[in-house]
Design a protein around this ligand. Structure first.
Ligand code: DP6
Length: 416
């Protein structure tokens, strides 16, 4: 194949990866570069049809450098985390052959070939919904497919971990544990699946995306400061989490919702207590978050968890409880006048229909919940919520076939 001919081809792979929410939190690193945590964590993977990243990776001899576009905008790939993922995947790359198209890449060629990456989140990146977890998991998964990496998913999780800690848990669906490991090189700090997404199908997840003007401390910075200053973090990682982990695995295995909910809430509370115990203290939850916690206690057996921001992730044991929860949430946090219900409650809206909520009028007609005792009109918090997402547990990363799903042009390797 002549030099000119060989420059023509572009080889691509496109994947979609879910995001995840921790029910036993990761907070604190023992190694900042390798991203090794101070404790194990457990998460649930969320349905990718509502929250996921889609990533296309392409290789071509005509590319002169590695480039990346995130949600349509070119970003620098010089950051250490991207470089770690690219290096680790290239190191594991194998031969790739496509005789029809005259493509033959030897494993040793990958070092000299450049990639183009385009990634897109189907939810707002700024909403504080673990976009980096879905993004890095998807990047690693797609690169591994492109470069014919043969390693198991667990091995890939240790690469994704070096992009963002929580990303390692997004390589599996269902319930996932990130074992902290104890080796210095991090090779045993990997994610494993505890149960797949069909294990506990009754669970319903409701996310309240809180309108927040405040710029929060990033997880990376926040946890570094907690490691440096919080003694509660030490007690948590050494004493509380090891015990809780065993109980949580047991609760998941038995589908024991009361235990699952108790542990989830307690762990979220403790993570935020560690944040308060940090100097200077970090405040991720706000008044709206606190109101949601109170409501969860009023709606029978609902669990809540909060990451590094004010958004609530509420988990109901079944659809019946989810209806009650949604009705209560919408009673106190109705859509602002300019918003229709279909842009206020997103995701699996069948829950809304089942709860008898078809329009704004149905929400206005909701009767005050039992806790509203006085005759005065109950306090409502219109505008405090941006939108809700109804979702459920979901599966791990998948490869998307066909050029029409790709974010890069099959001929040029540039964003479509
Ligand atoms: C509160 O994974 O975003 O969401 O490893 O520095 O990229 P880095 O941090 P990140 O932290 C997530 C923290 C958390 C809890 C969790 O997901 O376990």
């Amino acid at each position: 194949m002549g030099e000119k001919e060989s420059k023509k081809w572009v080889l691509m792979a496109t994947a979609r990866s879910p995001t995840n929410i921790a029910v036993i939190k990761y907070w604190g690193k023992r190694d900042e570069t390798l991203i090794l945590p101070v404790n194990d964590s457990i998460s649930v993977t969320l349905d990718p049809s509502h929250l996921s990243a889609t990533t296309t990776v392409a290789v071509s001899p005509s590319f002169d450098r590695d480039r990346m576009w995130l949600n349509g905008k070119e970003i620098l790939l010089s950051g250490g985390r991207y470089q770690s993922c690219l290096r680790e995947i290239r190191r594991r790359a194998e031969d790739v052959k496509d005789e029809e198209r005259g493509i033959c890449i030897k494993r040793e060629d990958w070092e000299g070939l450049h990639v183009h990456i385009a990634s897109f989140n189907n939810f707002p990146t700024a909403a504080g919904l673990a976009s980096s977890a879905a993004g890095f998991a998807c990047l690693v998964f797609a690169l591994a497919k492109l470069m014919n990496v043969k390693e198991e998913t667990t091995e890939l999780s240790s690469v994704a971990r070096q992009g963002s800690g929580s990303a390692c848990r997004s390589l599996y669906g269902g319930f996932v544990k990130w074992a902290m490991g104890n080796k210095e090189d991090g090779s045993d700090s990997i994610a494993v699946q505890l149960a797949n997404e069909t294990h506990w199908e009754d669970l319903v997840i409701l996310i309240a995306v809180v309108s927040s003007r405040q710029k929060e401390t990033s997880s990376t910075t926040g946890m570094r400061e907690s490691v440096e200053t919080s003694s509660l973090l030490q007690y948590r990682s050494q004493v509380v989490v090891p015990r809780r982990l065993i109980q949580m695995e047991e609760a998941i295995k038995k589908r024991d919702f009361p235990s699952f909910a108790k542990l989830t809430c307690a762990d979220s509370n403790q993570f935020h207590a560690v944040c308060l115990d940090t100097s200077p203290p970090i405040f991720y939850m706000n008044d709206t978050s606190h109101r949601h916690v109170q409501l969860c206690f009023l709606v029978h057996r609902t669990s809540y968890t909060y990451d590094a921001g004010p958004n609530a992730v509420l988990i109901a044991p079944n659809r019946k409880v989810a209806h009650l929860l949604l009705q209560r949430m919408l009673f106190y946090f109705p859509p602002p006048s300019e918003k229709e219900l279909d842009s206020y409650v997103l995701g699996d809206t069948s829950i809304l229909q089942e709860a008898g909520l078809h329009s704004r009028k149905d929400i206005e007609a909701l009767l005050p919940p039992a806790e509203v005792k006085t005759n005065a009109p109950p306090q409502k918090y219109t505008g405090d919520i941006n939108y809700f997402i109804c979702t459920r547990l979901g599966g791990g990363p998948v490869l998307l076939s066909g050029d029409d799903q790709a974010l890069l042009n099959a001929e040029t390797g540039l964003p479509k």
